[in-house]
Design a protein around this ligand. Sequence first.
Ligand SMILES: Nc1ncnc2c1ncn2[C@@H]1O[C@H](COP(=O)(O)OP(=O)(O)OP(=O)(O)O)[C@@H](O)[C@H]1O
Length: 739
Amino acid sequence: MDRPVGTAPAFGGSWAALNPPLTPWIMDVINKQGFVNMTPVQAGTIPRAIKNQDCVVEAVTGSGKTLAFVIPVLERICRKERRYKKGEVAAVVVAPTRELAQQIHEVFHYFLASLIPPETEDESSTNGGPIASSSRSPPPPPSPAAYPLPCLITSGTPTPYETFLSLSSNILIGTPGRLASFLLSPRGMSVVRVSELDVLVLDEADRLLSSPDHRRDVERIMKHLPKQRRTHLFSATMTDAVEDMIGLGLRNPVRIVVNLKDKRKGEEPKERRTPTGLQNTFLVCRYAEKTLQLTRLLSAESKRNEAAKYIVFFSTCAAVDYFYRILSRLPALSKLHLTSLHGDLPPKIRETALSTFVTHPSSHLNPSVLLCTDVAARGVDFTDIDVVIQYDPPTDPKTFSHRAGRTARVGRKGKAVVLLGRGREEDYVDFLNVRKIPLTRQPYLDDDLEGSETPSILDQGALDLLGDIRKIVLTDRELADKGAKSFVSSYRAYSKHEASFIFRLADLDFYSLGVAYGLLRLPAMPEIKDWKRRQEVEAKRRAKVVAEGGEVELKNEIPWEDADIDFDKYAYASKTREAARLATILKRATELKPDYAEARTKRKIKAEMREAWSEQKERRDKKDERRSKKDAKKQYEWEQAQAQSEKDGQGVLVKGDLGPIARARAEKRARMLKSQEGGEGGRRDDDDDDDDDEKEMRTEYKAMKKELKDERASKKAKKEIGGGSGGLGGGGGMFDDME
Ligand SMILES: Nc1ncnc2c1ncn2[C@@H]1O[C@H](COP(=O)(O)OP(=O)(O)OP(=O)(O)O)[C@@H](O)[C@H]1O
């Protein structure tokens, strides 16, 4: 909280004008912060929330909503006649991310920790509370012992019951899942008493109620808390989900909406849902030029506008992870201090990442950049962000203003840029405009960092950058894995866009995306195969139109080529990983020692399975024909022999006594067998043997065929489900664990 204060947006009056007046020690803390006036949302909410009114508050990002609920919670605790005992909870504040919960905890902590211990207190303070800076006579000042420190309940906070009890906390701040289990577990039921609970606050209420998991936990918490309480909902973007909630737990809530108006000369003032100091822009480029434009934006804003702090939003954890590794090694960005933050990181690392970024002494010569997912999109109060860049537009349009709102807070100025693909994605600008989020165009940045039109052919810079990224990727096979994973996860995120009529999967150019990610080769996704097939058909169609003298619209093909490397020799930088890879290759090679006969039969079966049904039928018919010809020949020979023997007076041939050809063959075979076996002992006749052999072979053949069929089916199923860096899925860490 000890940060420089900007000018609050259009103030809502002085703190002194509040009725009822604030408790002196609370007022002192506010004064110490240098907050001279209330912001409009504070002026509208605080008096109502201190009295007995439930509030649903909607106000733009960075307008001071946190104090609008922190102050009433503290005031109501101070005003309560009876003090809270150890184990009793007075207030619960729920927030969707651990970062936000932690920040709210810090604000409560700052207020409560500022209470001066009684022994150092002036004698005139009768009950040992802090000295009131004002001469008004509000409720009696508190004793510090009556207002213990708050307790944070999120993942990564160890032994919460011990902390809760040792602090004697009566304010709990946490994420929904953790809070629900803290309150409702057997230990929680016996240790944490909520019967005296006074206030429940849901910060970023629309987010809490639109995610099914969060909503379920919030409802569990609400049911557990007494009905006689105040409930307040806060957000910059309220939704219908909140309206449902009003029915569930709020009593005659008052709705406080703080709107901003754009006033232009000679025009009717227009309502807007973004802070006044925010320059909200969009930049149009090809997908292949996105990373190039990102790097140029980072350089241009520091060079031209002295920007020192940036946030770049990506849609997935995998993309943050990958680009963090790539961008931090790009020579062109060597002056930047990069930090990555996403939900796949362990809580401790997330904490360190955030504080490293916040405390980094950035300047335009040594700027710092936070690459993150939406874990940092809502509520997190970065006071000095100059530029927010949205590499991927958010899948949920409401998140757009939250992301952009990390800059231009409390009356400061700031810039936000969203990168949009050429074509249909440009409709996003109108889509947002209808939602009272006006955007202006940020020109495409050329090689000299000058604003220009989006080039009509692919910017050579994008291909040069592809080469640079590939050089980095080639140093470690792990980077190629991460690249493929982030490519696939970003593709999946794209398919989740709520505005799917603008962000159409069918319009995605995989080659272009591959260039932006600097991939060595495209992952083996069935979607890419289909897309390539469609591309070929389209190319043929176009060629035909041209051959027939027609005209086709010029299409700017992305010149994609897989990197020319030997993947077998492409190694991991980590020695253990590389050793594991080599061991796997060796194992596979020994396990698959070729049984040529079996391989041949398998090949035959596979070919058969690939064959069209009509060809299979034809082949079977031919085989039957050959067999019947053979039988007819045998029959003819036997009849000839029969006639001859009758003529010679030798009587009828017995079974086994074949015609001359068959007899000669049988004799030859018997001789061979004899020589192989070294004797005649107990063998049955050849015909029977042949039959058995054939039966056996047929069974084996069938088994093999089945095995191959099963193998093929399971491969297909695996592809559908995903798995492996080449397939769709493979984890990818797409969905951020918001807690
Ligand atoms: N009355 C005030 N005067 C000046 N600065 C203030 C005042 N009240 C709050 N601030 C500061 O404004 C900043 C933004 O406040 P806060 O984080 O509460 O905004 P918010 O409306 O909750 O934003 P978001 O919607 O992004 O969560 C904080 O740094 C806070 O210290």
